[in-house]
Design a protein around this ligand. Sequence first.
Ligand SMILES: [Zn+2]
Length: 418
Amino acid sequence: MERKRAFVTGGERGIGMTDKQIRLGRPVLEARKDSVRLTSDLQMDGLKKLYFEVASDKKDYLASDRLDAFVIMVLRQALLTGSDIYCDAPVTSDLLYMLNESLIPTLVRTIDRFHDVKVHAEPCAPCGGKEVITGYSGGVDSLYTLSRHHGKSTEGDEKANLKLDGVACFDAGVYEETGEARTRMYETALSQTQKIASDLGLDCIGVRCNIQDIVDEHYLSVGSYRLIACAMVISKRVGTFLLSGAYEFSTFSIDVDNSFYYELLLADILTTKTFRVYITGGVQKRIEKIAYLAKQGPEIRRLLHVCVHDPLPGSRNCGVCSKCIRTELAMEGLGVLDLFSEAFPLDVYRQHHDEIVAKANMASRNQHMAEAIGAMKERGFVNSESIERKIRGGKAASAVINAHKEELLKKIKEKGLI
Ligand SMILES: [Zn+2]
């Protein structure tokens, strides 16, 4: 097929096509006080150091002889800028082959903004450990994976090879904070995840990558790439990564702005003969996972943590942010709200119940919110007179605001409020 290339712009604008390239240097291990970094000199709009960092006692997890994880971290930028990736160290042969032969051509054919590129590297034999891990945030999807895959195998258990050895805490741009604040967020998340893992008899590993400091990409657009790369960099001991599905497989689409919609494709290709990625919970709707969690014991239910105000696993949900509300509505719709009283301050939810339902009903374009509201409607919880009144009131207020938006904005600006 015809190769789409980024057009040269700038002083020499428009005179031809460029052969832009991204270069990844040989990975080097750097010992720090309590941690170790696997770094690669990255030439991409200047020279930067791209690294993955783990605790010193997890050093033997790092696949330090290859650039697999580094390539995945910069792949989307390569596709966007039309830059071939040149590697100064090997890439696992089957991954390299499938990137060039399958993933890149598929993405280029589907996404207009992507350009045809190639990964250049020496192929090497696969490496992969025996351990099974999953990324853990405490949200519905990852808690669903944890609750289905932890515990001892019993005879005849078809999940015997997919029992978790550990959970992972990944930081590759998921937090909005930067600099020291992000470091503190990550360290707190890691220590709280370690406690949760230890209570369940599981190991815990933290992996940090500084890619977000180098390329400021919207997390949804790259999240799936980054999670898989963080798991792949520890493939010396990890052989299976259970990736908690964010959406059902039936909603699959190759969406340039949301990599989670095509994680099925990424999970299929960003693997090697000895490092597999399985998506868990790809069949269930979010609300079905909540129904499953409601049937688990309190040791699992109390772990549910969805809050955007305090996104760290192991913290208490605020009960009033958009994700808390969405989850509480789903739980109420399922008739299981009280089972989660240890995880959510339900008194706040109940106190503002009718306003919350009315607002949610008007904002139900979000897929997961629509599921929650659907469950509430099925149980007749959205039809009370008070809620109807508030919905009508809200719609009327929205109509007034929309009709006089410019005028209102002007007044607000005049008052110095924005
Ligand atoms: Zn919250």
